[in-house]
Design a protein around this ligand. Structure first.
Ligand code: DQA
Length: 145
């Protein structure tokens, strides 16, 4: 059976395409979803792609993943730098987690240098734009074999 990957996107990522394109690029979240689904097909993975501006909704989706997913890719966006709740949910669920950021968070403001998610992720990819999602899916496909 195809392994199932839940791809979660945090606040403001619904604005991709128009949001600070010099930092985040010109591609929309729909483009990233299409890219993930294409890579998923190539890698034999089923993709459940979601975005929320609400921390609690992301926490609930992570909890639900215990029954519906084999792994999680998450771009927690601003919640990376603030959310103990998302850290705790990912830890509780215990699925393999890959953390993705479009931009290189270490090259930016100091408040972006720490992510609460990184400690519960098996890998972190940042600075490669939308290709980071493809890289994370390929790494997960290998891990789930
Ligand atoms: C981001 C980086 C975060 O610092 C920021 O708050 C985002 C997007 C990225 O993909 O580069 O919203 O996660």
């Amino acid at each position: 059976m195809a392994k199932r990957v839940l791809v979660l996107n945090g606040p403001n990522l619904n604005l991709l395409g128009t949001r600070e394109p010099d930092i985040y690029g010109a591609q929309t979240l729909k483009d990233i979803e299409a890219l993930c689904k294409q890579t998923g097909t190539e890698q034999g993975l089923t993709i459940d792609f979601r975005q929320s501006n609400h921390e609690g909704e992301l926490v609930t989706w992570i909890q639900d993943a215990r029954k519906t997913a084999d792994a999680i890719i998450i771009n927690p966006a601003a919640y990376s730098h603030t959310s103990v709740a998302i850290h705790d949910a990912l830890k509780a669920v215990g699925l393999p987690v890959a953390e993705v950021h479009l931009s290189n968070i270490h090259q930016r403001e100091a408040f972006r240098h720490h992510s609460y998610v990184s400690a519960v992720a098996f890998g972190v990819i940042c600075g490669f734009g939308v290709t980071g999602y493809t890289m994370a899916l390929m790494a997960l496909a290998e891990k789930l074999k």
